[in-house]
Design a protein around this ligand. Structure first.
Ligand code: TRP
Ligand code: SF4
Length: 326
């Protein structure tokens, strides 16, 4: 299969992103031809007024990916804006995409409501899914690993491909989604881990921060004193155990919390040790990448070369199908 996915450079990656998307990408790259790119133009659709952080986050995202085990030898890792064919195909597809399809895209309205302070009544924001369709169709991807929130964009991509293929000749491939199965990771306040809730543990957080964050994490609010019994079912620390601890520890915590045999401090320390063990190799890889910016440039350049070969070829086929190659 040819697999493609992208992420917007809109912040540092946290454990939710790592466990949800990145570990999935890592598995996919073992058996498939994978393309992973930083969607920096997409980030402009909501950050056009203040573009300052976008370039910083592009590099941070690449560092996180590589440190987490995305292998640029196996996978083609690149930056969207380095491959201008994305913009050209976006323009051509926009000619045949009905505005009504974009207006009824649920994420269009939702995001506009969420990001209240920003003026998102722009052409670029409305056309976000057309750029995403171009990203995917340029590489004739068979499968796109995404979270549930991206399903409307995948459906639009297929509709655009179908319309193109029926208007001209069938050169575009309708992709299917690969839903990321991993259950939601809770944040330190018990809600879903999310940048906008400020309840994350980031891959770039140093060890003392991670330990401190886990130490101060909320627990069962009824467990005030050490001698009060607790209920792990409503405790976010226990959710971390379910992800990070082995079955015997989970059973032990489940029992000893209810009988107040284990205290929250020890309980949290167990989790912290496991999280630190998982993050340690990532931290090491991060710091060697940070010390070697040339390596990052080389990865991006090589990825761009490989991506460009394919995207130029597809764009040629698209123009021929449309009878506009002169
Ligand atoms: N819209 C995606 C997100 O916000 C990012 C993205 C852009 C993407 N282009 C893509 C994902 C192509 C998959 C395929 O998460
Ligand atoms: Fe939560 Fe663990 Fe404390 Fe029980 S012992 S309330 S599971 S932190």
């Amino acid at each position: 299969m040819r697999v493609l996915s992208g992420m917007q450079p809109s912040g540092r990656l946290h454990l939710g992103n790592y466990l949800g998307a990145l570990t999935n990408w890592k598995t996919l790259q073992e058996d498939h031809t994978c393309f992973f790119f930083v969607a920096d133009w997409h980030a402009l659709s909501t950050n056009y007024e203040d573009t300052g952080l976008v370039t910083t986050y592009v590099r941070e995202l690449l560092i996180d990916w590589l440190a987490a085990g995305i292998d640029p030898e196996r996978s083609t890792v690149f930056i969207q804006s380095h491959v201008p064919e994305h913009a050209v195909l976006q323009l051509l597809l926009s000619m045949l995409t009905p505005v009504s399809w974009l207006e009824r895209n649920p994420t269009y309205k939702e995001k506009q409501e969420q990001l209240e302070g920003r003026d998102l009544s722009t052409h670029g924001f409305l056309g976000y899914p057309v750029l995403q369709a171009a990203d995917i169709l340029l590489y004739k991807a068979d499968a796109v690993p995404v979270g549930k929130d991206q399903l409307p964009h995948l459906e639009l991509t297929r509709e655009i491909a179908r319309r193109f293929n029926s208007l001209y000749t069938p050169v575009l491939v309708e992709p299917k989604e690969l839903l990321t199965e991993f259950p939601k990771v809770v944040g330190t306040d018990g809600r879903k881990m999310s940048k906008s809730y400020r309840n994350t543990i980031n891959l770039s957080d140093p060890e003392p921060t991670v330990r401190q964050t886990l130490k101060t994490m909320v627990t069962d609010p009824a467990r005030v004193k050490r001698t009060d019994p607790g209920n792990p079912e409503i405790c976010p620390v226990f959710e971390f155990h379910k992800i990070y601890s082995d079955a015997t520890v989970i059973d032990q915590v489940n029992e000893e919390c209810r009988t107040a045999k284990i205290g929250c401090i020890d309980c949290k320390k167990f989790v912290a040790d496991r999280v630190v063990a998982q993050l340690s190799p990532i931290w090491e890889a991060r710091s060697s990448l940070e010390a070697n910016p040339a390596k990052l440039d080389e990865v991006a350049r090589d990825g761009c070369d490989r991506a460009s070969k394919i995207s130029r070829q597809t764009l040629e086929e698209v123009k021929e199908a449309m009878k506009i190659s002169v």
